[in-house]
Design a protein around this ligand. Structure first.
Ligand code: ZN
Length: 457
């Protein structure tokens, strides 16, 4: 639970160790709303980290940390920077705290953060309508809370829209953060009782008087004990929910289908949430089965036909730790979980062709298939020479051969305009390339062939 655990923006970011490596990678690193807004439109790569913990809800930001940007500000900035790419772009925006508001049965947080998300969607739709060749998909990854308009005991015909929205409109912060303000009050002024709490409810949540039913809760005891926990937040949520006739069936995710909206294909309706990935893959022209075979292969199976031992260390895996070790006759390599690099026995860090994923469900590590070539040492002789015999190249119908890093950075392109055989030398580049996996793409007659190769030194 994050109440009372916020770390002020900026003061511990250096400890993450991420800033230096991002800046080394050419990223503009920003930590405040103003720095984000001030990024020049020509910025190539940017990274924003505005809190060491979760960002505040949209309604709470002005109280607790106005240095944080809003979701629509992040979205608009991202669109501005990414849309300069002439080959297109992909942007994922999540209004993530609607989910937390639902877990806490906090109607104020759900509504205010959904409206913040709605503004972000509006920015994306405005861009897409002007651009004319952009799809905007809006969906939820799951339903949560089983929220209902009209709670048990309400007379449906007497619950007006104004009754529901009025109680929420009167709130100036979410139920989630309200207990934190009581704790701050207690720390400054001493223990709280129901009269003080009633006063705070009046000032911050627009509730003029608490009922005996509200006061059955143990909020004063929890606050005076020094911590507001999940149950306290739920109690504040319940006090508000009663006043706006919003009901809840659970504190957790439900199995309901979720709505999906498409700018280019209106009327998609609702969808099983596991079908969202398939729909996105269909739009992007990605074959999920092939992608899985390429980037999500069980590590043990991958090395079963070579002399290698694979061991897993899952200590601390829930805190982002854990690693796999692969020992071959020639080398020992360590692959940290959820990272895209490995470390060699002599301490070097080598980029992997994919991310090392550990699944607790079956105690299995998954890696990109090309990881095997990298580790078992498919050595590329230097200088590196590629020969193609199956193409006919001409000035009218040329072929291009391009070498990319696995992150997509283009290293070298050679254009072939004559003959049926091509020999491409990359001595100057391959002798300077760091060890790692690379992609070689040959495009001719309108089709592309992709090969991966690795350089191990
Ligand atoms: Zn959740």
């Amino acid at each position: 639970m994050r109440v009372g655990q916020h770390v002020e923006t900026g003061d511990k970011i250096g400890e993450l160790g991420a800033q230096e490596s991002l800046e080394n990678g050419g990223y503009s690193f920003v930590t405040t709303r103003q720095q984000l807004l001030d990024l020049p439109p020509t910025t190539e790569k940017a990274w924003g980290t505005f809190s060491c913990n979760a960002l505040y809800g949209d309604l709470d930001r002005v109280f607790f940390n106005p240095q944080e940007p809003s979701l629509v500000e992040c979205t608009s900035k991202a669109i501005g920077l990414l849309s300069r790419n002439t080959t297109g772009f992909f942007l994922m925006v999540e209004g993530s705290e609607v989910d937390w508001g639902s877990h806490a049965n906090d109607p104020v947080k759900v509504v205010s953060d959904y409206l913040a998300f709605d503004s972000a969607v509006a920015a994306a739709v405005d861009f897409a309508r002007t651009d004319g060749s952009t799809e905007v998909l809006v969906f939820s990854d799951h339903d949560n809370g089983g929220m209902s308009l009209g709670a048990r005991g309400d007379d449906y015909t007497s619950v007006s829209p104004g009754h529901v929205t009025g109680a929420i409109r009167r709130c100036s912060m979410t139920c989630t953060e309200f207990p934190d303000t009581l704790i701050r009050y207690k720390n400054a002024n001493g223990p709280v009782d129901w009269s003080i709490i009633a006063d705070r409810f009046r000032a911050l949540m627009g509730i003029d008087s608490l009922t005996p039913e509200d006061m059955l809760y143990t909020i004063p005891e929890s606050v005076n004990a020094g911590a507001a926990n999940y149950e306290d937040i739920a109690k504040v949520g319940a006090i508000l929910s009663r006043r706006c006739s919003i009901g809840w069936t659970t504190n957790g995710h439900t199995g309901n289908n979720v709505p999906i909206y498409s700018l280019l294909t209106p009327g998609l309706g609702t969808i099983d949430n596991t079908d969202i990935a398939r729909y996105c893959a269909h739009l992007l022209g990605v074959d999920l089965r092939q992608t899985g075979n390429e980037f999500f292969v069980a590590l043990n199976g991958l090395f079963s036909d070579v002399e290698a031992s694979v061991t897993l260390n899952t200590t601390g895996v829930t805190d982002g730790k854990g690693f796999a070790t692969i020992q071959t006759a020639n080398t020992t390599v360590t692959l940290p979980f959820f990272k895209d690099f490995c470390t060699t026995a002599d301490g070097r860090t080598v980029a992997l062709p994919g991310i090392t994923v550990y699944s607790q469900l079956n105690n299995t590590v998954y890696v990109a298939a090309a990881t095997k070539d990298l580790i078992t040492g498919v050595r590329i002789p230097l200088p590196f020479r590629v020969t193609y015999r199956d193409f006919t190249f001409s000035e009218r119908d040329p072929a291009t051969v391009t070498v990319f890093t696995i992150t997509g950075r283009q290293i070298k392109t050679v254009r072939l305009t004559s003959g049926t055989t091509a020999t491409i030398d990359f001595p100057s580049i391959t002798s300077t390339l760091p060890a790692g996996c690379y992609t070689l793409r040959v495009t001719s007659h309108g089709t592309s062939h992709v090969n991966r190769f690795s350089i191990v030194r």
